[in-house]
Design a protein around this ligand. Sequence first.
Ligand SMILES: *Cc1c(COP(=O)(O)O)cnc(C)c1O
Length: 450
Amino acid sequence: MSRIYLDPKDMPKSWYNIMADLPFKMDPYINPATMKPLQPDDMSAIFPPALIEQEISVKREIAIPTDVLDMLSLWRPTPLLRARNLEKALGTPAKIFYKYEGTAPAGSHKANTAVAQVYYNKIAGIKQLTTETGAGQWGSSVAYAAKHFGLGCTIYMVKVSFTQKPYRSSFMRMFGANVIPSPSNTTQAGRDVLAVDPDTPGSLGTAIGEAVEAAIQNKDTNYTLGSVLNHVLLHQTVIGLEAQKQMESVGEYPDTVIACAGGGSNFGGIAFPFLRDKINGKELRAIAVEPASCPTLTKGKYTYDYGDTASLTPIMKMYTLGKDFTPPAIHAGGLRFHGMSPAVSALMKNGLIEAEIAHQSDIFKYGMMFAHTEGIVPAPESCHAISSVCRKALECIEKGKTETILFNLSGNGFFDFPAYDAYVDGKLTDYEYSEEDVAKSMANLPKVNK
Ligand SMILES: *Cc1c(COP(=O)(O)O)cnc(C)c1O
């Protein structure tokens, strides 16, 4: 049997907060206006009280509200599968398991935090939400959750994705969202970027700046973020908590846990519950996989940086390529954020996790192989994880050893066919990030580092 279900009554009732178990201290966020450690109140212009509390909480378990559980139960627990056909095609002795998050409404893990974030904003009396979206899964998840809870939303979508993935904005608009390609001339943050480079493909950093600016200006409007922050990764731990129970139900435990990493949320979601075991002495490798064209963890610097181009967000200690880094438009696989979750970054810095890069020819090659063997079209982001899994599985043949690998299939790729077309037509070339661009962007680090 390939599918390993979890009984709905065994769905996690609490999120797991890794902050309770970290064997090191996290550096505080810095307020960009004062350059002093950020106070919880500093975030109240854009976040509701419950999310601010979760952002700084060190409580190990945080109960999931009933209204959120009810929403999650529409698609959770998600299935865990053994990739038997992929194993056979690779000829590997490795056992490959994957947690499939593509069964959520917008086809990716992002809905897990969207429903929680929109819920907490609703009970705080907020009427409107703003957010950014890159490839579009986050915007789609927010649009869906906002429609359910009766809030309006405006979504700044990175221009290159807006053009490359038209059906994502159709999805968002169908759920009532106002979708604006970013940079736009509706905000100062957008106008500033357009003034310098009117033809820019846009970046998540710029779209975040636009969304934050729009939220600060209206009292009944808050901002939501789809990755990076502690509370977002917290909400994603349902993935790993379910996977632990499912693996246990078939008498397995992973040697290696693998996920792709853009801002770090699907990686944190699957890995944090297992990293709790590792911190408590269990042997385990956790590997984050990132694109060669935006290699934050592997080639970035661990330092304080802004989350956005306009320097409006709190300054965070993280691996970063600099807030002005814009991955080239030719890069088709998502995962374009210049920074990385501070929690994932600190785990990397302290040697508890590892990171690898993947090239786009490899990610689509193994992504296609996965689709052909397992029957699910993976999101290009998830293909980064798949390529790494396949490489490990092939190594097992060479080394004549077996290994149990668990990876997060963070979403499906049903809106990503232009990228697959480009691959099938031989139009995708590999691209290394430009060291010159990074150096330029790193010149703009906040002064707090000096
Ligand atoms: C957004 C997204 C990612 C990347 O974001 P993380 O926060 O790093 O998880 C990966 N896969 C899918 C399917 C996504 O939608």
